[in-house]
Design a protein around this ligand. Structure first.
Ligand code: GLA
Length: 388
C-alpha cells in the first residue's frame, strides 16, 4: 500500500477508533482560459488535476457528522438536527454548508465520521474549496446510500459556497472538480451548463503549474466587487441591447458599437469579459487543431487582460507570469483562478521544463522576495469513489 494511504488509514483509526469503509476523492482544477467569465454566462475551459481532496468515511450510527482534517489538525462536530447553525465555524463550515444544502434539497443525511486529507494547496487558486465541497457531497450520499448525479452535486456545492459560506463564486470550480475526466479539458458553457470534453493535448509541450505563494488577501471582497461591476456593465449595455441576458452574449463587434455608454473601470471590466469569451472559443479550436502556439498566445492575452483591464493579478502573479514568458521554450503563461495571488499555468517545451522551473524560481524570488512552488500535475478524473 502506498505510504500516504497507510498514514491516512492509521490517522482515521486514531481519530475515530475504527477503520473507514469508503474513500472519495474530488479534484482541484486548472483553467486553460475563460477567467472571470463564469458568472457572466461565458464559456470556461478547465481540467481536473491529480491534486485532490480525499475523504475517508464510515457511518457512525449517531445523528452527528464528525469532520477532521489531517493537514490542519482541525475538527468539528456537526449535529444533523442543527446543520443550519455552523456558518460561523472557521473550519468545517464548507462541510456543514454542503450537508445543509443537501438536506434542503431532500437528500437524507446519515451520521458519519469524515477524515479529510487535501493535496490541493489552500488559497492557491486551484480550487481547494470546491474539491472539499464536492468530496463532501459525494461522501455523504455514498454513506447514506442515496443515488446522486455529479452535475447536481456540483450545483449544490456552489450553492453551499454562495449561500452558506457567503462567497459569490460561479460554477466553474465545482463543475470541474465533479465532472473532470482524465486527459480531457472541459469546455463548459456556464449559462446553459452544456459541456463537451476536449482531449488535453499540448504536443511537445507540457503544462507547468506554479504557485506565487503570496498569501491571498482581499480575494473575497474584490471578487464580489468585480461581480457587481459586471452587473453594472450589463445593466448599461441592456439600454442598447435589451435582448441580452448576460455579458457573454455581447460579441466584440456589439461591444465596440456600444461601449460609449460605459465609463472608466466599468468599461474595462466589460471589455475583459467580452474579449475573454471570444478567446475561449478560439482556444478550444486551437487545442483541437493541435495549434499549441495559438493556444499559448491566447493564454498570454488572457493574462494581460486580467492584469490591465480586470485588475485581479497584482505584483506577484504578474512577476511570475512575466518571468515564465522570458524563458526559452515557454510559449505562454497566465494567472488562473480568482487572482490576487495563487497560481499560474505555463505552456513549456518538455525539454526546457527543468531549466524553466529553476530559472523562473530564481527570477521571481529576486523580484518579489517570495519563493515560488512548482507542482507535478496531470489531468485526472474529477471524482473517484472506492469502497474499502
Ligand atoms: C474563482 C471562482 C470561479 C471563477 C474564478 C475566476 O475560482 O470560484 O467561479 O469565477 O474564480 O474565473
Amino acid at each position: 500500500m502506498e505510504d500516504l494511504e497507510k498514514k491516512r488509514l492509521e490517522g482515521f483509526e486514531r481519530v475515530f477508533g475504527a477503520p473507514p469503509t469508503l474513500r472519495v476523492s474530488a479534484a482541484g482544477r486548472i483553467n486553460l482560459i475563460g477567467e472571470h467569465v463564469d458568472y457572466c454566462g461565458g464559456k470556461v475551459f478547465p481540467a481536473s488535476l491529480n491534486l485532490c481532496c480525499t475523504v475517508y468515511a464510515r457511518p457512525n450510527g449517531t445523528g452527528i457528522v464528525n469532520v477532521y482534517a489531517d493537514d490542519l489538525d482541525e475538527n468539528a462536530k456537526l449535529e444533523i438536527g442543527k446543520i443550519a447553525d455552523y456558518k460561523h465555524l472557521k473550519w468545517g463550515r464548507y462541510q456543514a454548508g454542503v450537508a445543509y444544502v443537501l438536506a434542503q434539497a431532500g437528500y437524507p443525511l446519515v451520521g458519519c465520521d469524515l477524515y479529510y486529507s487535501c493535496t490541493v494547496p489552500f488559497g492557491s487558486g486551484l480550487s481547494s474549496s470546491a474539491a472539499i465541497e464536492v468530496a463532501t457531497a459525494v461522501a455523504l450520499n455514498e454513506i447514506a446510500g442515496t443515488p446522486y448525479n455529479l452535475k447536481e452535486m456540483a450545483l449544490l456545492s456552489q450553492k453551499a459556497e454562495n449561500e452558506y459560506c457567503g462567497v459569490s463564486c460561479g460554477i466553474m470550480d465545482q463543475f470541474a472538480s465533479a465532472m473532470g475526466k482524465k486527459d480531457r479539458a472541459i469546455l463548459l458553457d456556464c449559462k446553459t451548463l452544456d459541456y463537451e470534453y476536449v482531449p488535453f493535448a499540448l504536443g511537445d509541450c507540457e503544462l507547468i503549474v506554479a504557485n506565487c505563494n503570496k498569501p491571498h488577501s482581499l480575494v473575497e471582497s474584490k471578487y464580489n466587487e468585480r461581480r457587481a461591476e459586471t452587473d453594472a456593465a450589463l445593466a448599461k449595455l441592456r439600454e442598447v441591447y435589451p435582448q441580452i441576458t448576460c455579458l457573454a452574449e455581447v460579441t466584440p463587434a456589439m461591444f465596440e458599437e456600444a461601449k460609449g455608454v460605459l465609463e472608466g473601470k466599468i468599461r474595462d471590466r466589460a471589455e475583459h469579459v467580452v474579449y475573454e469569451c471570444a478567446r475561449v472559443g478560439e482556444a478550444a479550436e486551437a487545442m483541437r487543431a493541435g495549434d499549441v502556439e495559438k493556444l499559448a498566445a491566447l493564454i498570454n492575452a488572457s493574462h494581460d487582460s486580467l492584469s490591465k483591464l480586470y485588475e485581479v493579478t497584482g505584483r506577484e502573479p504578474d512577476a511570475l507570469a512575466y518571468a515564465a514568458r522570458r524563458q526559452p521554450g515557454c510559449l505562454g503563461s497566465r494567472m488562473i483562478g480568482a487572482g490576487f495571488g495563487g497560481c499560474t499555468i505555463s505552456i513549456v517545451k518538455k525539454e526546457c521544463a527543468a531549466a524553466f522551473k529553476a530559472q523562473v524560481g530564481i527570477e521571481y524570488q529576486r523580484e518579489t522576495g517570495y519563493a515560488a512552488s512548482f507542482y507535478d500535475t496531470s489531468i485526472e478524473d474529477g471524482v473517484t469513489v472506492r469502497r474499502l
